[in-house]
Each structure stands twice: as structure tokens, then as C-alpha cells.
Design a binder for this molecule. Structure first.
Ligand SMILES: Cc1cc2nc3c(=O)[nH]c(=O)nc-3n(C[C@H](O)[C@H](O)[C@H](O)COP(=O)(O)OP(=O)(O)OC[C@H]3O[C@@H](n4cnc5c(N)ncnc54)[C@H](O)[C@@H]3O)c2cc1C
Ligand code: FES
Length: 287
């Protein structure tokens, strides 16, 4: 094979999606669905694995591609779960697809959480809104490898109980003796919410944290980062023990197009997981 055709093959391969079938769709909150996908190719179905925090490029035939975090844990192989919010062209087309339709998946991409470093430490997961999508993968990875982690704490904030992603799954975790699952809402118009009220930072009142042996993993809206970071720094967390999922607009997902660059970093390959230390050293990132 000539060098030219070899290069063409390599170039084609990195953008080549694999076909996956939508085997189940689980409604979450309004305009959010959890898609369970199974690769058509049995080898892909059994060999596909990822690190929590990584994403795939999901394509809807005829509509285009969008990056989506993997919500399932690599400890539960065979099915890839993606929690998607209906926002624009690709996601609207995805929501119109019937069960058993085929989509394209390439990846996994991005760095993901540094699992090796997190193990043997306490793990504090803090989520807001769609932020639970990538953090769910990390949460179940840690729970399925329970002996590899010290304390596991989840703090999640939402406006109302009806806006909590994976609500029923998370409510069951409240009674789990080997972790602390703290859920809070701003208000509950139905008056039946039995967990916490108030902003997510209020949940810090219910935990004792050792900053020397704890990693914090955050994903949520910008306003959440602002206040949660303040709390963590107040508790003497070092900036390299705070891990944040920072999403930028992406196109190729593999460091080729430059769409996701921030200064000298490409968030699709250097991220989307950054330490707070990395983030403050990037222009136009978190302050
Ligand atoms: C690493 C990564 C992981 C992601 N994980 C998920 C996920 O798990 N679930 C999910 O639903 N979405 C996720 N997204 C966001 C998703 O890729 C975008 O919403 C995407 O634009 C949807 O494609 P679309 O064609 O439907 O919408 P578009 O027609 O492209 O745009 C819809 C609107 O969203 C805005 N937008 C596009 N990308 C982003 C972004 N990254 N952040 C904020 N606004 C954006 C556009 O400007 C536009 O206003 C992720 C994005 C990244 C980069
Ligand atoms: S999305 Fe193309 S370089 Fe990152």
C-alpha cells in the first residue's frame, strides 16, 4: 500500500463511526432521555470500554454528530448508556428515532477521570443538572469497585425533585450504608420531598472532609462551580485534588479541527476533565 493510501485509510478510520442499535429508551426529566445502545458488531459490543468522564461522538444518520458523555460505567459492559438533552439538530433527530433504530458511535474520546489516582482515596462527587451524566459513570465505577475507595459521597442539587436526573436510582442510594448520598432541591411544589432543601453547597454541613485524602469530582452549571469551588478551597482542598468536567463546543473529538481549543489545549484530548489547577491556568476558563 502506498504512503498516500495508508494515510487516507488512517484518516478515514478515526472518523469512522460504528453502528449501534437503540435497545432501550428510558425517560428521565423533561427533554432528557437515557438511550441504551448496543453495538451491532459483537466484537465491538464486548470489547468497547471507556474511562468514566470520557465521551463519544454520536451520529444520527442524515443529521450529524454531537459529543455526548458516557453515563454508564465500564464495570457494566455490553450496553453504552447516553443521557441526552434535546437541544438542537442532532438531538432533536435522535429523539425522533424509533426503538431499534441504528445510530453511529465513535470513541471513546477525552481523558476521563484519572481513576488510578482516585483509588485509595475518599471520593466526593458534586453534580448539578446534566452534570450527573458523566458523573454517574464515575459513581457506579466506584460503587462497583467499592473496596478500592475510601468514603464515597455524592452531593447533587436541582431546582425541584422533578429536575433530578436518574432520580429513582439516586433515591435508592440514600439508604446504602457504604456511601453518603445527599440530594437537595431549591423547592418542592408537591410537598413530598424528604431529602434536603437549599443550594448544593448547604450539603457541606453534613459531611466531614479530609482534604489530604479526598478527590472532588464536579460537573454542573457554571454558577455551581463558582460556589462549590469556594467551599472546597475554604476547606483547604488543593487545586489538583479538584477535578472538573469542562465542556466546550467540539466537532472532530480527536484533536484535529481546533474547534475546542482553549489557549494551547484541546479540550477534546486534554479534557474534558481538568484539575482546578489546570483550569485556572487556561485563558477564559473558570475564575
Ligand atoms: C465533552 C462533551 C460532553 C457532552 N455530554 C453531553 C451529554 O452527556 N448529554 C447531552 O445532552 N449533551 C452533552 N453535550 C452537549 C452536546 O454535545 C451539545 O448540546 C450538542 O450541541 C447537541 O447537538 P445538537 O445538534 O442537538 O445541537 P446544536 O444544534 O449543535 O446546538 C444546540 C445549542 O447548544 C449549544 N451548544 C453546543 N455545544 C455546547 C456545549 N458543549 N455546551 C453548551 N452549549 C452547547 C449550541 O450553541 C446551541 O445553542 C456534551 C458536550 C461535550 C463537548
Ligand atoms: S473537537 Fe476538534 S480539536 Fe477538539
Amino acid at each position: 500500500m502506498s504512503t498516500r493510501s495508508t494515510l487516507a485509510k488512517v484518516k478515514n478510520d478515526i472518523y469512522q463511526p460504528y453502528l449501534a442499535r437503540i435497545v432501550k429508551v428510558l425517560p428521565q426529566i423533561q427533554d432528557h432521555l437515557l438511550f441504551q445502545l448496543k453495538f451491532e458488531d459483537p466484537r465491538m459490543a464486548s470489547n468497547f470500554t471507556h474511562r468514566p468522564g470520557q465521551f463519544v461522538e454520536l451520529s444520527v444518520i442524515g443529521s450529524g454528530e454531537a459529543p455526548v458523555s458516557i453515563s454508564s460505567s465500564p464495570t457494566r459492559p455490553g450496553i453504552v448508556e447516553l443521557c441526552v438533552r434535546k437541544t438542537g439538530r442532532v438531538t432533536n433527530a435522535l429523539f425522533r428515532l424509533p426503538l431499534n433504530a441504528l445510530v453511529g458511535v465513535r470513541g471513546p474520546y477525552g481523558n476521563g477521570f484519572p481513576i488510578d489516582k482516585l483509588e485509595d482515596n475518599n471520593l466526593l462527587i458534586i453534580a448539578g443538572g446534566l452534570g450527573m451524566a458523566p458523573l454517574r459513570s464515575l459513581l457506579w465505577y466506584a460503587l462497583d469497585n467499592r473496596t478500592k475507595f475510601k468514603d464515597i459521597i455524592l452531593m447533587l442539587g436541582a431546582k425541584t425533585p422533578g429536575e433530578i436526573l436518574f432520580k429513582y436510582e439516586l433515591l435508592k442510594l440514600i439508604d446504602r450504608p457504604d456511601m453518603k448520598c445527599l440530594l437537595t432541591v431549591d423547592k418542592d411544589e408537591e410537598g413530598i420531598w424528604k431529602a434536603h432543601f437549599g443550594v448544593v453547597t448547604k450539603l457541606f454541613d453534613y459531611v466531614e472532609l479530609d482534604p489530604a485524602t479526598t478527590y472532588a469530582a464536579l460537573c454542573g452549571p457554571p454558577i455551581m462551580y463558582k460556589f462549590v469551588l469556594k467551599e472546597l478551597l475554604k476547606r483547604n482542598f488543593s487545586k489538583d485534588r479538584i477535578l472538573m468536567s469542562l465542556e466546550r463546543k467540539m466537532k472532530c473529538g480527536v484533536g484535529k479541527c481546533g474547534h475546542c481549543s482553549i489557549g494551547y489545549k484541546y479540550t477534546c484530548i486534554d479534557g474534558p476533565i481538568f484539575t482546578y489547577w489546570d483550569a485556572i491556568n487556561l485563558p477564559e476558563m473558570v475564575e
